[in-house]
Design a protein around this ligand. Sequence first.
Ligand SMILES: Cc1cc2nc3c(=O)[nH]c(=O)nc-3n(C[C@H](O)[C@H](O)[C@H](O)COP(=O)(O)O)c2cc1C
Length: 736
Amino acid sequence: MIISIWRYSHLVLAVSSFLFVLIAALTGIVLSFEPITYKMMGYSIAGAADLSLAETLIHLKSTYAEILSLKVDHNGFVAVSAIDQAGNMGDFYVNPFTGEKLGEVVEKAPLFEFATSLHRSLFLKGLGRFFVGLSAFLLLLITVTGIILILKRQQGIKHFFATIQKESFYQYYHIYLGRISLIPILIITLSGTYLSLQRFDIIPEEAPLSHNIDFEHISETPKIDYSAFPIFKTTKLSALRVLEFPFSEDVEDYYTLQLTNKELLVNQLTGEILSEQSYPLVTLLSELSLTLHTGQGNVGWAIILGLSACGILFFIYSGFALTLKRKSTKLKNTFKKDDCKYIILVGSETGSTLPFAMQLQNQLLEIGEKSFITEMNRFSEFRKMEHLIVITSTYGQGEAPANANKFVALFSKFPPTQPYTYSVVGFGSLAYADFCQFALDVDQMLYKDTLSSRLLEVQTINNRSWEAYRHWGREWEKCIGLTLDFPAKSPIETTKKKQYTFKVIQKTAAVENPDDTFLIQLQPMQKLRLTSGDLLAVYPSEDEHERLYSMAVTKEQTILLSVKRHEKGICSNYLNNLSCGELLNASIVTNKDFHFPTKASKVVMISTGTGIAPFLGMLSQNSKQIETHLYWGGRNEASYALYRYSIENNLKERHLTRFAPAYSRVEKERNYVQHLIEKDQQLIAQTLDENGVIMVCGSIAMQQEVMQTLEKIVFNHNGHNLSYYQKKQQIRIDCY
Ligand SMILES: Cc1cc2nc3c(=O)[nH]c(=O)nc-3n(C[C@H](O)[C@H](O)[C@H](O)COP(=O)(O)O)c2cc1C
């Protein structure tokens, strides 16, 4: 709930300031080039910053007939307003070591003039300045709410820069770039807001300094040459802003010396300091704000400002893309709520759970069942409800998502009045300590209702796994006695990827295997970067969706897949029917999180069935002979035959330390991988303790059993939650 308030504020601020922030960012990018173009003019002379004012004046006075003023700008360029020996007056840059004229003082380029006016006032004078100032302030608030959202998402300041859970391209880079550009954007918005407040006199504009000179006692002696004035000798050009020369030779006229922090009036005959005043804090702050906001005189900072302005454009685009995506899945109903037997309640913070729930709703409608879908916060009386399905994510720290936070109260306000079955599906992430906690809480609450009967244990789903959801769907339809057709394609599957051609170079036959499983080896027809654990996306025909297979990559850079043939499986039959020499098209999905951890102290691999495939490739990568244990679950010894050669070879070469098979169809010794792990709990606990890595590959059902066992082990031995190790990438899962 709390997170939604911040997200809502972030969005409202962004929407309300969108146009102004867009203009400010675009013009900001243009203006960031201004300091760069100035610097490129090349009027800065090496070593000039350390030159004293006295020395500079000696060189200038010998070159020019009269000097009216001397300036050092932000780029370190020295400019004079002077009359030359021929009597011509002008403003130009000079070399302070020689007095030589370098070039005319340039006017601001029209492009920058235009961009500055648009950036400052949108060409609307006072009104425009007001809107620009307001949008700078709104952008500051957007940044602050953004920081709070990142803090919430990353669960505290300690994890602020920890790995971001990637949900989508826009979400990932919105956060990633947000973290990088946080400081510059804060500086831009703070300085912009300050400058605007000053323009509107909310922060008082600096009043001109008022000097008090005692003209009565002003002295004409001892007269010394200006080159010997102590203040001119000690002032370096790096500290000088402007030196204005006296109008006449009268002693009442003086030098006005503006330094970076103060202003001094200097007797033109004696060099005595007549008055000295430091600039007030507001002057220094506005100077600092202007420098920070514009990047004047500092190319590095100007580039950072320009890049941050580009970042703001990306935030606008990705922020709106995310919002539109969230709003795009609408819960649609054909029947009235009180006519429906099936009630699907959805809890979601960002909308990503909705397509899953809609999928079930559509399935039920397709087979003619009356089903009603709605948000959990819209729970009310459902007169004909017989089956309740709750599909919800968990947010914050084990809390309800935004549209489900009133559900508990609503449920006691409108308690069901007739018996009903229920099943809860929890969407969450194992990277959080309270995995699917809200779904578990809802399940407990429904369980206590005397009219309810629970059909299934809560199905927890990590990282929107479609396979896990489908697994639940199949169990649920069995319990209800329906036949639904959950498609193999996830409702959130992305568009087709770039395809490559592969040649079949070796293949075993599924019919010869007791488990209808076969190995297929593919040779890429072009150079590809492949790593064991990456996925091969196969398209059995033009209009079929992709099927993903976890691959082993051999030393010769060929791909080895282990595939179980399903009687009606389109893709497994397609692959099984290929012969050596035939070509197929497929894509590569890089799966960085499931590569062999070459820096781990120890590795434990857990798999069942064809899930062993990526591990076979990873073992050949283990040239450092890292202690590696492989647990594998199959039906019996005959199932193992397919992998025996590779396993024995790896054992011989010490790429594998131990192979531990668990056979589930053996008379006396029925065993599952989770049983072996439970027996070896010391090893598991120690592996995690010593920064080792546990990798799991295989079916979702196996994953659930294994994760429960691992959770128990770490709880008893390590004093941490499993999510602690998941966050540190010590537990890596690739299940389907
Ligand atoms: C800030 C934040 C907090 C989260 N907290 C939890 C949590 O406590 N437990 C959990 O299992 N998942 C947690 N998740 C993961 C989400 O539940 C998961 O990404 C889910 O698929 C989001 O679905 P939705 O977009 O429909 O809300 C959190 C995600 C975020 C971004």
